[in-house]
Design a protein around this ligand. Structure first.
Ligand SMILES: NC(=O)C1=CN([C@@H]2O[C@H](COP(=O)(O)OP(=O)(O)OC[C@H]3O[C@@H](n4cnc5c(N)ncnc54)[C@H](OP(=O)(O)O)[C@@H]3O)[C@@H](O)[C@H]2O)C=CC1
Ligand SMILES: O=C(CO)COP(=O)(O)O
Length: 329
């Protein structure tokens, strides 16, 4: 049993807090809003992010950073990618040296193009940073539907410690030392899920979805390998596994956003309707910049970038993808 702090009271932070509390850890959530803290502490719910789910009564929340981290041996960072640097900078003075931080956000930092574990390590160099990824919608983990994830750390001992602590009969954890591959799979699958949603919103079918996912994983792998990740990681839980769940599940925020975009809604309308964070939208520009930097071709990612930020209509983007020069697989 460990003392675990979860920074962020959104759907994923709350779901992880629930499953860890149910399997005997002492868990405290840090939320930025007092209303969220009051609801968790007194009503044992988080209706905005996990409607219909009852939280364990021993799971508590606070807005106080020092109180949240007091005694914490493992800290989960569960804020969206755009909030990671500021949040970790604000928390930095409260971390004890050697604390293990598990980043669960899936994305890249705009501008710096850094992976999120790199951002966290810059903010809190005194801590051990690792990454949790895999096909894991919060809505299902919170309801104890069997789920598998991956803990990635260059330090295998750290990965094994987190595996041992987080694993339970409903939440199976594998380890990996390929942090680059795991983080790039996690970030890039969100862009593909936007495309899969557009496929559905446009009224396309199963052939086009299968094509998108197959060529999508090829793109993810191409960039991931160029950055130093391993090919086999993209055949695993944080590659094809997460791609499948995000491209096909109605729980996926990215897929839902893609459906609305495919139906002709603007990006602004789409984000307002989905309400929760849509990381693919935040990741696509960074992915295009990385493609330039590493000289790799990412046609689907580029097409999504053109649709989201350069006014290209979805039908034209699909036609252009389909009529590119013929290639060998
Ligand atoms: N949901 C899921 O199933 C999964 C999500 N993830 C990843 O986890 C990360 C978090 O996603 P998720 O929980 O779904 O997001 P949600 O949209 O459900 O919640 C976001 C949380 O972050 C807080 N937050 C937002 N902006 C800031 C900020 N600037 N500073 C501090 N806190 C902030 C929100 O607080 P407030 O409520 O006050 O706005 C809220 O608690 C994402 O990177 C996502 O890709 C990974 C696997 C599964
Ligand atoms: O990463 C996820 C599932 O593994 C969550 O994906 P969405 O953010 O699209 O809901």
């Amino acid at each position: 049993m460990k003392n675990v702090a979860v920074i962020g009271s959104g759907s994923w932070g709350t779901a992880l807090a629930i499953i860890l509390t149910k399997y005997d850890h002492q868990v405290k959530i840090w939320a930025r809003s007092q209303a969220a803290v009051d609801e968790i502490n007194s009503k044992h719910t988080n209706e905005k992010y996990l409607p219909g789910v009852t939280l364990p009564e021993t799971l508590t929340a606070t807005t106080d950073r020092a109180a949240a981290l007091e005694g914490a041996e493992i800290v989960i960072s569960a804020v969206p990618s755009r909030a990671v640097r500021q949040t970790m900078t604000d928390f930095a003075p409260y971390f004890k040296p050697g604390t293990v931080i598990v980043n669960v956000a899936k994305g890249l930092e705009d501008g710096s193009l850094l992976r999120l574990s790199q951002v966290i390590q810059e903010c809190v160099p005194q801590c051990e940073v690792c990454v949790l990824s895999g096909p894991s919608h919060a809505e299902e983990v919170a309801r104890e539907i069997p789920t598998t994830c991956l803990i990635a750390s260059e330090n295998e001992e750290v990965a094994k410690m987190v595996q041992k602590e987080f694993m339970n009969p409903k939440f199976r954890i594998y380890t990996s030392t390929d942090v680059i591959g795991v983080e790039m799979g996690a970030a890039l699958k969100n862009v593909m899920a936007l495309a899969a949603g557009m496929n559905d919103g446009l009224g396309f079918g199963d052939n086009s979805k299968a094509a998108l996912m197959t060529r999508g994983i090829a793109e993810m792998k191409r960039l991931g390998i160029a950055m130093g990740g391993k090919a086999e990681t993209f055949a695993g839980l944080s590659g094809i596994g997460d791609l499948i769940v995000t491209c096909t599940s109605m729980h996926s925020r990215n897929r839902r956003a893609g459906i609305l975009l495919g139906q002709g809604k603007s990006l602004e309308e789409t984000l307002a309707e989905v309400k929760m964070v849509v990381e693919g939208v935040n990741t696509v520009q960074a992915a295009c910049h990385l493609a330039e930097k590493y000289h790799v071709d990412l046609p689907i990612t580029q097409a999504i970038n053109d649709v989201l930020f350069h006014g290209k209509d979805t039908q034209t983007a699909v036609l252009e993808l389909m009529t590119r020069e013929g290639k060998s697989e």
